[in-house]
Write a protein that binds this ligand. Structure first.
Ligand code: NAG
Ligand code: NAG
Ligand code: NAG
Ligand code: NAG
Ligand code: NAG
Ligand code: NAG
Length: 409
């Protein structure tokens, strides 16, 4: 009895232990499985045929890796590892099934010859994504020098023949961080139809004399944030086209280039309003302008309001503070009729430093639609040349909120 009891007891114990072991094993297996699921799958372009030899076009490898990652039902990463790659124009399409990260550790070069971009208006065109991240410290070098020499935008008024380096179209809740854009052929970055898109620690670089290499141009988007970045290029540092809403720029260093601008606005019919733009804690060095709002005369109707410029340092800047409602480059318009773009709620506060022209402040508003609700104060700008700084003001009665050097007339 005793033996039997102990036997059956032992048997039960064994059975229990086996059960426990199985449960533990199952648990471990489950943990492992869920861990594998939580860890984003990595789609390395070199596993799809990309070679880091700086010569072989990796566009097919990138497109295949992108397709596979985009089809993943869990978060995934497309990796371009360290090394130098050649990449032709690509369109990276969403929507994707889960958050996607493009991690670029290498240097990616575009063909220098613009003819290789026939039929493409962008180098990397990225369409329709939600929760996208681009990061990794990589460099995108568009090798724009050949293109700049061929650029005839000024003569023809069209720049369509050259590709923009990055086109972000309809991207939401996404972040571009630790990426360098070098020597774009035309604009570095164009943002259209985006919602809640952040650029942080981006480095945008092209020489002063490169034509139309705007840093980041934004249009028809809501919530674009540019922070902790460096933008030195041959055209506007950041520019806002029609329909830009809630764009915030802070801790950005601009220069060389043309500074930050709203517009040009009013050139085309039915432009969407520009509402909510703040530029805070930024430095401008050797730029042609600091902060500028430009609208065309004899223009179509438009609205730009809630534009705020604060805590800015100007180092040898052409026109640090500028509202120009008679913007008419290359005489492509007539100045006989005033601009119909209404500017309101504009402030310039705590802007200091030096300028390379004596005209430190110019507020030239439309005679047809004088600017409303303009505030300016705590301005201290000195001229680097001989003579004194001055301010010009027309069709606006700004409220002065602090000390003014130069004083308003
Ligand atoms: C997408 O993934 C599904 C399974 O999740 C698979 O059946 C299908 O073949 C994949 N499509 C592509 C283009 O990879
Ligand atoms: C904006 O996008 C970021 C990055 O994806 C996200 O963390 C944040 O929650 C989004 N904000 C809103 C208001 O959706
Ligand atoms: C920005 O990129 C340029 C070109 O690659 C480089 O020379 C410069 O050092 C970079 N600046 C920073 C702060 O990373
Ligand atoms: C401003 O941006 C620079 C460059 O990214 C960064 O090193 C610095 O920490 C930022 N400053 C603040 C106050 O965040
Ligand atoms: C600007 O800088 C000040 C002082 O460093 C800081 O308190 C403030 O948060 C900054 N503002 C933005 C929008 O970064
Ligand atoms: C304006 O700036 C100049 C040069 O930096 C400085 O010498 C002067 O004290 C400043 N004036 C005021 C009122 O802050």
């Amino acid at each position: 009895m005793g033996t039997l009891k102990s036997f059956s007891h032992r048997k039960t114990e064994n059975y229990k232990m086996g059960f426990k072991l199985n449960i533990t094993l199952l648990f471990v297996l489950l943990l492992w499985a869920s861990d594998a699921e939580a860890q984003a799958a990595v789609f390395d372009v070199t596993k799809y045929g990309a070679r880091p030899d700086g010569m072989t076009d990796i566009s097919q490898a990138l497109l295949t890796a992108w397709k596979a990652a985009c089809n993943s039902t869990t978060a995934s990463t497309i990796l371009i590892p360290t090394g130098t790659y050649m990449l032709g124009p690509v369109k990276l399409e969403g929507l994707c099934k889960a958050p996607l990260k493009l991690q670029v550790q290498g240097t990616v070069k575009a063909p220098a010859d613009p003819a290789k971009f026939k039929g493409f208006d962008g180098w990397l065109t990225i369409n329709r994504l939600n929760q996208f991240t681009m990061s990794g410290g990589g460099i995108f070098d568009a090798q724009g020098e050949v293109a700049w020499k061929q650029n005839d935008c000024a003569k023809t008024g069209k720049c369509n023949s050259l590709p923009t380096s990055f086109r972000f179209n309809f991207i939401s809740n996404s972040i571009i961080t630790d990426i360098t854009s070098l020597d774009s052929k035309l604009f570095h970055v164009n943002v259209i139809g985006c919602n809640n898109l952040t650029f942080q620690h981006v480095n945008v670089t092209a020489p002063d004399e490169s034509l139309n290499t705007d840093g980041i141009h934004i249009g028809r988007s809501n919530g674009v944030y540019i922070i902790d970045s460096l933008i030195g290029t041959g055209d506007d540092c950041v520019s806002l086209g029609d329909g830009s809403k809630q764009v915030k720029v802070s801790n950005v260093t601009c220069g060389p280039g043309h500074g930050m601008s709203v517009g040009s606005l009013g050139r085309y019919p039915k432009e969407d309003d520009v509402v909510g733009f703040s530029v805070i804690n930024c430095t401008f060095t050797n730029t042609d302008n600091g902060v500028r709002i430009k609208t065309w005369p004899a223009s179509y109707a438009g609205v730009a309001s809630d534009l705020h410029f604060e805590n800015l340092i100007m180092n040898n800047v052409g026109n640090p503070i500028l509202i120009d409602q008679e913007y008419c480059p290359y005489n492509q318009c007539t100045k006989s009729k005033p601009s119909q773009v209404k500017l309101s709620k504009v402030s310039f506060k705590n802007i200091r430093g030096t300028c390379k022209t004596p005209l430190a402040v110019k507020l030239a508003c439309s005679s047809g639609f004088p600017c409303q609700g303009v505030e300016i104060g705590d301005i201290n700008l000195t001229y680097n040349g001989k003579g004194t700084v001055k301010a010009e003001v027309s069709n606006v009665k700004p409220k002065v909120t602090g000390k003014m050097i130069p004083a308003l007339p």
